[in-house]
Ligand binder design. Structure first.
Ligand code: NYM
Length: 231
């Protein structure tokens, strides 16, 4: 490409346990960036609007037992089906703010235990097994982890009625996220930024906005290539 090749957009991911305020923060952030005329779109996973997403939605809202591996692969397929569009969006110069991704996929499945499921497998599914279907997906340029402990999450009005919204499971999910953070830090590729989600919405918003503008600047000034997950 010549001098006029547009810079790619940054891929910024917000992760965290249920009720940490991710969804609120994604929408505040997108509004903020758009108000600065920075081209940005929001994405979220699971994307319940596709056929695969419809199956995931049914699973999350019912108590029907389905094999954990099969469901895990559907969550991953739901990301893979979105990946070409995700890459095109970034290549066209638009930034992406994403609400959950492969880290949620691994954290939730690997946190399940026999009491949360009724599948062929006896023990927990390993981190390695859970990561493998997502290897090769476009990797985020930064992970912003909204950290909240389970007492604080509960004090926000309790969990909803969907599958997984139980305290014991959420405690293990938070531990799995920490393991995934350690793996990324060891690989030295995808930087994590942990934000204390117990602060006010305004404080969290300001901290996130700073991380996001720094990340966009870094991606553009370094012409950073888009990486792939866990490769
Ligand atoms: N979840 C989300 C998974 O179990 N695996 C995944 O790959 C993803 C992306 O779905 N409790 C879980 C986490 C949530 C649930 O997400 C629905 P949301 O953000 O509440 O729509």
């Amino acid at each position: 490409g010549g001098a006029s090749t547009p810079k790619r957009g940054a891929f910024i991911l917000l992760e965290g346990v249920d009720r940490c305020g991710k969804t609120t923060q994604v929408s505040l952030l997108v509004k903020h960036l758009l108000s600065l005329s920075i081209a940005t779109v929001a994405l979220r996973f699971p994307d319940r609007t596709t056929q695969v997403g419809g199956l995931i939605n049914e699973y999350l809202q019912s108590s029907v037992q389905t094999d954990d591996r099969a469901i895990h692969l559907l969550f991953s397929a739901n990301r893979w089906e979105a990946a070409p569009n995700l890459v095109n969006t970034l290549t066209s110069g638009t930034n992406i703010i994403c609400d959950r991704y492969a880290y949620s996929g691994v954290a939730f499945t690997s946190a399940k235990r026999a009491e949360d499921r009724s599948s062929m497998s006896g023990g927990e599914l390993s981190l390695d097994w859970c990561m493998s279907p997502d290897v090769g997906l476009p990797a985020p340029d930064a992970v912003i982890f909204l950290d909240l402990d389970q007492d604080q999450a509960e004090s926000r009005g309790g969990y909803g009625g969907e599958r997984y919204e139980k305290k014991e499971l959420q405690i293990r999910v938070r531990q799995r996220f920490a393991e995934l953070q350690a793996i990324d830090e060891k690989q030295g590729r995808v930087p994590w930024h942990v934000v204390d989600a117990a602060q006010s919405i305004e404080e969290v918003k300001e901290q996130i906005a700073k991380i996001v503008t720094d990340t966009i600047d870094r991606v553009q000034s370094e012409s950073a290539p888009l990486r792939r997950m866990w490769g």
